[in-house]
Write a protein that binds this ligand. Sequence first.
Ligand code: SAH
Ligand code: SF4
Ligand code: F3S
Length: 471
Amino acid sequence: MHLPSYKEAKKREKKPYQTKDYQLEESLNKYHNKTYCLKTYGCQMNEHDSENIKAMLEEMGFKEEEDYEKADLILLNTCSIRENAHNKAFGMLGRVKHLKEQRKDLIVGLCGCMAQEEGVVAEIREKYKWLNFVFGTHNLYDLPTVLEKAITEERQAIEVYSTDLDIIENTPVVRDKTYKAYVNIIYGCNKFCTYCIVPYTRGSERSRKKEDILKEIDNLIEKGYQEVTLLGQNVNAYGKDLYENYGLGELLEDIANKKIPRIRFVTSHPWDFTDRMIEVIGKYENIMPSVHLPVQSGSSSILKKMGRRYSKESYLELFDKLKKVRPNIAISTDIIVGFPGESEEDFQDTLDLVEYCKYDNAFTFIYSPRENTPAAKLKDDVLLEEKEKRLYRLNEIVNKYFKDNNEKLVGKIENVLVEGTSPKKKEMYFGYTETNKLVNFTGKDIKVGTIIPVKITDAKTWSLDGEYNDK
Ligand code: SAH
Ligand code: SF4
Ligand code: F3S
């Protein structure tokens, strides 16, 4: 048994990482008459981890069963970012408990970021003794052995490490889509924003070797993939731990030269955004004109308390540079309201910033104290009612700009990567523009996974309407 430790998780040691290849022990490929249901919570990183988890389970013989009530194995890939993410996972565990009472042979596991939390694992050991196994983000690849242990030894198996281990390459993957793919480029986060739990759940910043990333992308291109999204908690830090002169700018350039039609990357911390990256974004058409640039707050004093290491002014300078280098660029953001000590004036600074940036998309949250983070120890004198009001006021403004920006596209022709048909109407399709806007459009005999021109006919707050422009 290995339990999570925040003390360990906080350490950042400069050490070279080993790269190892994944391999399933032959003897574990034996669950051919069993099914699994995997529930995923959280960010793109978890979604991509789930694509690896599915493939590992399928190599063991398991088949996917979407209805969790029918599956032999239920696995929750969890998220710790805010209290409501916890509530969702614990709510699901509540439902699963009833099933487990009826079917003793049901196997239930939990992984992902919540598995890295001391408090969560303590609660599982005390109140969820029926849960069969837990493994963490650093040993995702131990899934087969931990699962096997839980089944054969018939006791709760908890295997969570708090320091990052090797980087594992060549893990099997069952990708959700055949035309767009996630590609990890860097794991972990060293930023330690004071409100955030991720540096404790995902460990140190560790870049994958550029050769491994480029090889994965070559494979995707060969299979006909149209779009790749490079993933990391802070992709801008890519390469710093490995190379002297090779960072995200260089990596983007190398990928852009491969002629894959669409390249995206998330998430960029404004702090590490270099002029080299901006130059490359300006130079290559296949780097999509869409950047997620989380601001968190428009108040420099709150930004300081958050440990974000940029001011309102330096953020806006970066914002302007990006708009200048790619005039049609869509910038989206994340904003937290109600951070401890946020005054009405601080909040007003956030509203002013939003009025200036007129974001194309924004994810807005009420601050949620997270176990063991520095901000959780700050005195919080903003009432929840006030925080809710601020969120409402903020959303009114961001929504107005989503719609305004969408309206500017009416009458224009946009390239859209087609993702599917509407469940209601057969001749209604949907897909995403280069700026990552959802378009519902009419057309006939269009292939999913192709990029086609669509004429925009109407704008809504969160989507556009259009028609296939086959002229
Ligand atoms: N690495 C990314 C953010 C990943 S978490 C970055 O730094 O930009 C996604 C978003 O969740 C954050 O941008 C932040 O807005 C929000 N978030 C993180 N911790 C939070 C907390 N404790 N309470 C509320 N929102 C939080
Ligand atoms: Fe969290 Fe900050 Fe790291 Fe983003 S950069 S994951 S907000 S600590
Ligand atoms: Fe959640 Fe972990 Fe992602 S906390 S947001 S799943 S890195």
